[in-house]
Design a protein around this ligand. Sequence first.
Ligand SMILES: [Zn+2]
Length: 417
Amino acid sequence: MSAPTCRLCRAELVDTFVDLGMSPPCESYLTADQLDSGEVFYPLHVRVCARCLLVQLPAYIDAEDIFSHYAYFSSYSDSWVAHAKSFVEDAVDRLSLDAGSFVVEVASNDGYLLQHVVQRGIRALGIEPAANVAEAAVEKGVPTEVTFLGEATGADVAARHGAADLVVANNVFAHVPDIVDFATGLRRLVADDGMVTIEIPHLLRLIEGNEYDTIYHEHYSYLSLLTTQRVLAAAGLTVVDVEELPTHGGSLRTWSMPAERATPPSDAVASVLAAEAAAGLHSLSGHAGFARAVARVRNDLVEFLVERSRRGETVVAYGAPGKGNTLLNHCGVRADQIAFAVDRNPFKQGKFLPGTHIPVFPPERLAEARPDYVLIMPWNLRDEIAHQLHDVRSWGGQLVVALPQLEVLPNIEGTQP
Ligand SMILES: [Zn+2]
């Protein structure tokens, strides 16, 4: 079999960024009667292109399989809706949008963001591939087209609705296999004097925080500002400004304009590029250390679990986020090392984690089982969750995180029961 090719520049991909072995799709939670059947595992082998430096996972699973019936409704998360509202306020001010303006959002989900545009009397259109999610947006009064964005669909939408003053693509850019066709679709949608804004998890933060559990099959590209600029340039768009955001462990929000009308890039663009260059992200060799850091995280977690098992101590997991499954499968964990996970999401309760087959229970199970250690899976919320779990201390239990490195959390004064 020949080597995969780069989705940006078509060079052969021979260099490994990190190889996490085989994993099932991270959102495929199992029911009890599926446990005695086979389970499909796909490679999680992330490459870095020697020519253009795009860090990428080959499309082992078809995007249409994953996103056409996507069950996630953004409005379920209060913090996302608040994030979207403040984004809209910021964009309206920055671009002086008014009743004559037109805003298009790609991967508009259930209208969680565009509802704030509509409320301001600004014309809006969503583009969303999952029909059931798009239906929820239409019920909110957000006109939505059910399709995947590419060059052809972008041109078609612009021909029927007009070109947009603002095109928004938040947290979707990294999730499209044909990223150049998608970016070209953005260019087709936007007016010649319009603006395209994109939010992406920042590769620099992924590396700094050892956030390797954010690698999963639906996440095809791991972008720096440099590689984002290169993808957008291939579609005729120029990055003119960038903001750093705390979301998803550290994200970038880029603002781009059609190349022929672009203003000079802001100081923020130069400053983020300089930070990436200093971290080695603008050279192939600078990507080499990540696999070693990941191996260290795995060794520490496996060693911790083996030692607890030898001592007859119990470990359970708090939270069953999809991304936790990358970590657990990479570490080869099974239910004899982590007895169960608890999660507040009723959809996950009574099910089993993909690959590891660890059962998921409601949070009340913690107090019944009184485990010796609770491993907090959503490490980005560790302080908030440690506070919620202060009861664990009452039976002598301890809280642990695996990322960015294994740590048994100190018993904080004032959180005693
Ligand atoms: Zn390339």
